[in-house]
Design a protein around this ligand. Structure first.
Ligand SMILES: C[S@@+](CC[C@H](N)C(=O)[O-])C[C@H]1O[C@@H](n2cnc3c(N)ncnc32)[C@H](O)[C@@H]1O
Length: 307
């Protein structure tokens, strides 16, 4: 992992403009900070999706047979999955895929006692690469779940490739995917640029990881968190901006930042329902159903892949 982390970090920090891949936001600290962000009143995606899930889960439950295997990509704290597991007819297994290994194990330890009849299968893996399920599908087939705004954190081309890979991983299946469609600048500013400091800590943690895991010497105090609303396509970009010019060591390279130069640490793309359906169809999925909050400010899509 650390060879790849160093390679990716050097590639991003020696390019112009500078960036770091968002997947490195997720270690135990990053996952914990994100869970706290999800509980904040300004982080509307969790609030809206959580409100949509009971109806979506009840509708999906009517479409799957008993014994379904549920596979979640980017399972995080494994909170939303409870709504699905509670509604589905006798699910046989829950496969939780996440890159944040220790946090994943702890989330499954918390979940498992409440679902003694369901096999719990944590899989620490990077879903930007092919992932193979470690168990075969249950008698009720496979239901994929990719909630939150995670698909938006991938560049649109990467999101298309992710959906293709997910089709390979899941095989013939249904796939419930969340996609944020919010375009209101004030709401986006409140959610991503929140004044409570949690977003800043979440992004700043990436520098702590570079120092701890790769022996770099970034001075966190020299960076402030900033967001930018960009168009065509609509997205929020998060940056760590150097307050003064400085040079840092990373591997055998020196990374030099000018004053006010930013490092992009994450992007959150927003999709209208139609734009997401087009992306999914181009990746081999058939859109089957849609649940919408506030006329499309958050969308839960049900996709289907045939044999
Ligand atoms: C935005 S959070 C969503 C968490 C949760 N599913 C929710 O809806 O609240 C993204 C999750 O995906 C995981 N993740 C991010 N990039 C990943 C990758 N490349 N491979 C596997 N997991 C990843 C993170 O560790 C995190 O738990």
């Amino acid at each position: 992992m650390s060879d790849e982390f160093l390679r990716d970090a050097l590639a991003g920090l020696t390019a112009e403009p500078k960036s770091l891949p968002g997947k490195y936001l997720w270690d135990e600290t990053g996952s914990d900070l994100f869970d706290r962000i999800c509980h904040s009143a300004d982080y509307y995606p969790t609030i809206q999706e959580t409100a949509l899930l009971p109806q979506a889960a009840a509708d999906v439950a009517r479409l799957v047979a008993p014994g379904v295997t549920v596979v979640e990509f980017g399972s995080g704290a494994s909170r939303k999955i409870r709504t699905l597991l509670d509604a589905l007819p006798d699910p046989s297994a829950y496969v939780a895929i996440d890159i944040s290994g220790e946090y994943l194990e702890a989330a499954i330890r918390r979940l498992a006692p409440d679902y003694p009849g369901i096999a719990m299968v944590p899989v620490c893996a990077d879903y930007s690469k092919p992932v193979r399920l470690p168990i075969s599908a249950g008698p009720g087939g496979v239901l994929g779940f990719y909630p939150g705004t995670s698909i938006g954190n991938l560049e649109p081309r990467e999101a298309g490739l992710f959906l293709e890979r997910a089709r390979q991983t899941l095989g013939p299946s249904l796939f419930l995917v969340g996609a944020d469609g919010t375009s209101d600048p004030e709401r986006l500013q409140r959610a991503y640029g929140a004044a409570d400091g949690l977003m800043a800590a979440f992004h700043g943690n990436m520098l702590t990881r570079l120092n701890r895991e790769l022996g770099a010497d970034f001075d966190r105090d020299n960076f402030r968190h900033d967001i930018r609303l960009c168009h065509d396509p609509l997205r929020v970009e998060a940056r760590l901006v150097a307050t003064r010019a400085a040079s840092y060591r990373l591997g055998d390279r020196t990374i030099t930042l000018a004053a006010a130069e930013g490092i992009r640490t994450d992007t959150s793309h927003k999709y209208t329902a139609d734009a997401f359906r087009t992306l999914a169809a181009a990746s081999g999925w058939t859109p089957r159903a849609l649940w919408q909050a506030e006329g499309g400010s958050f969308n839960l899509h049900l996709l289907q892949a045939e044999a």
